[in-house]
Design a protein around this ligand. Structure first.
Ligand code: ATP
Ligand code: MG
Length: 423
């Protein structure tokens, strides 16, 4: 958000400064004084008129206010104007020495016109060259514009990004159940509208999730009664083989209904969490699975503690370990520490999961292919339940295929500090 805000602010500052800068330059060009040469001819004519008056009657001319001196005026010579005025003078048929001198920055210029024996006529002409401080004024003007536009741009960028900021913070607060927490509907019109839209979305999402859970739980529960009836009826089938098939199918159905109810229970349950020794738990589950004939081996297990609900975490670990043992033909488990997190890695050397569907395995009831379903019973809920549990305790569950074959399942949970364990 900071970078978006900075980009908007920079864009606004650049836009304002370029527009004002260009407008200032254009205005200063348009309002420029006339070139000195353009004013030279009338000036020369005027000077020669005065010179004629001064030569004809110097006393009267001085009495009328003309300055006639013995020497030309002092000061720094202005070569460009001297040359230009002398040239025009010559073109007008006068051959008198002319000097233009600067008397000071911003002051009028002095023209000295040689009158031969009469002396020098000293006259002032306006100095039309721009003052040297023009650039300084332009610089101060532009600095004020930059400063002003920074303030305006920062304010505008902040106002523009408030709704996005709200979205960002709301997205960060999405719980593992996918529901947003209530956003306060206060502030400017845009903020209130965004907050209202988010709250409405969250409400609809909550209702949809709730009804989905209710549906799954109800279906799982309602299946139980007809299944019990079916089991009773199946017991009366005389053919042993046929009866066995019926009973095994009913058993599988029963498992599916059970898992569905468990998934719903995991989603709604918010049990308290304890600090648990993850290595001890992994070892116990491996032992337990081994007793049921599942090929599970433990490698290095670092002594790490995590904060989680014991029953739920046990269920999550059991689900992924059983998957490696059944779908992957055997589980190799290690527990290590990485960047303050406990990482349980479960490897197998089975067929893995096709890349095209690996993103779907956390979806409830998803199973990879029909061929495998026949040989391995299951509801397709084990990973959905495990993921739900791990995320609830601030962790992640990821699956990736191994080379040349097999699957690597990684369960990452934040390590609980030793002090927490004592509490
Ligand atoms: N280690 C693995 N190797 C290969 N495929 C796997 C592995 N783990 C999971 N899968 C595939 O992902 C699918 C979903 O797994 P999940 O645990 O959710 O369901 P399930 O094992 O079929 O049923 P259950 O609900 O009994 O766990 C499985 O059906 C299987 O096809
Ligand atoms: Mg499973």
């Amino acid at each position: 958000m900071t970078s978006l805000r900075a980009r908007i602010a920079i864009l606004l500052i650049v836009a304002i400064c370029s527009v004002v800068g260009l407008a200032t330059l254009a205005a200063s060009r348009a309002l420029q004084r006339p070139a000195p040469e353009a004013t030279m001819e009338p000036l020369a004519r005027h000077l020669h008129l005065l010179a004629d008056v001064a030569v004809a009657d110097p006393v009267a001319a001085q009495a009328a206010g003309l300055r006639i001196e013995d020497t030309p005026a002092t000061g720094t010579g202005n070569d460009r104007l001297t040359r230009s005025l002398s040239g025009i003078s010559k073109q007008m048929g006068h051959d008198m020495p002319i000097y233009v001198t600067n008397t000071g920055d911003g002051l009028p210029l002095t023209v000295s016109l040689g009158l031969g024996d009469t002396g020098w006529l000293i006259a002032e002409i306006p100095n039309l060259t721009p003052p040297r401080s023009a650039w300084l004024i332009f610089f101060i003007w532009m600095s004020m514009i930059v400063l002003g536009s920074v303030v305006v741009a920062l304010h505008a960028a902040r106002r523009l990004t408030i709704p996005l900021e709200l979205l960002e913070s709301a997205a960060e607060r999405i719980g593992t159940d996918g529901i947003l927490s209530e956003v306060p509907e206060t502030g400017t019109v845009e903020v209130r509208a965004t907050a209202r839209a988010l709250n409405r979305l969250s409400q609809q999402l909550g209702t949809a999730v709730e009804s989905r859970m209710r549906l799954v739980a109800a279906a799982g529960h309602d299946l139980r009664t007809p299944m019990t009836r079916m089991r009773l009826r199946a017991e009366f089938i005389e053919d042993d083989e046929e009866r066995g098939k019926w009973l095994s199918d009913i058993e599988e159905l029963d498992q599916i209904a059970d898992s569905a109810i468990r998934l719903v229970r995991e989603e709604v349950s918010r049990d308290g969490a304890d600090v648990l020794r993850l290595d001890v738990m992994v070892e116990e589950i491996a032992e337990e699975l081994g007793e049921f004939g599942h090929p599970v081996r433990c490698g290095d297990l670092a002594p790490l503690s995590v904060r989680a609900g014991p029953l739920a975490l046990r269920r999550a670990l059991r689900n992924v370990m059983i998957n490696a043992a059944t779908h992957g033909g055997g589980a190799d488990i290690t527990l290590s520490k990485d960047k303050g997190q406990a990482v349980v890695t479960i490897r197998d050397t089975g067929p893995g999961i096709p890349e095209a569907v690996i993103g779907q395995v956390f979806e409830p009831f998803f199973r990879v292919d029909l061929g495998r379903r026949k040989t391995l019973p299951g509801a397709g809920l084990g990973l959905a339940i495990a993921c739900e549990i791990v995320e609830r305790y601030g962790g992640t569950l990821t699956l990736r295929n191994a080379e040349p074959h097999g699957l690597i399942q990684q369960l990452v949970l934040p390590i609980a500090s030793a002090d927490e364990g004592e509490g």
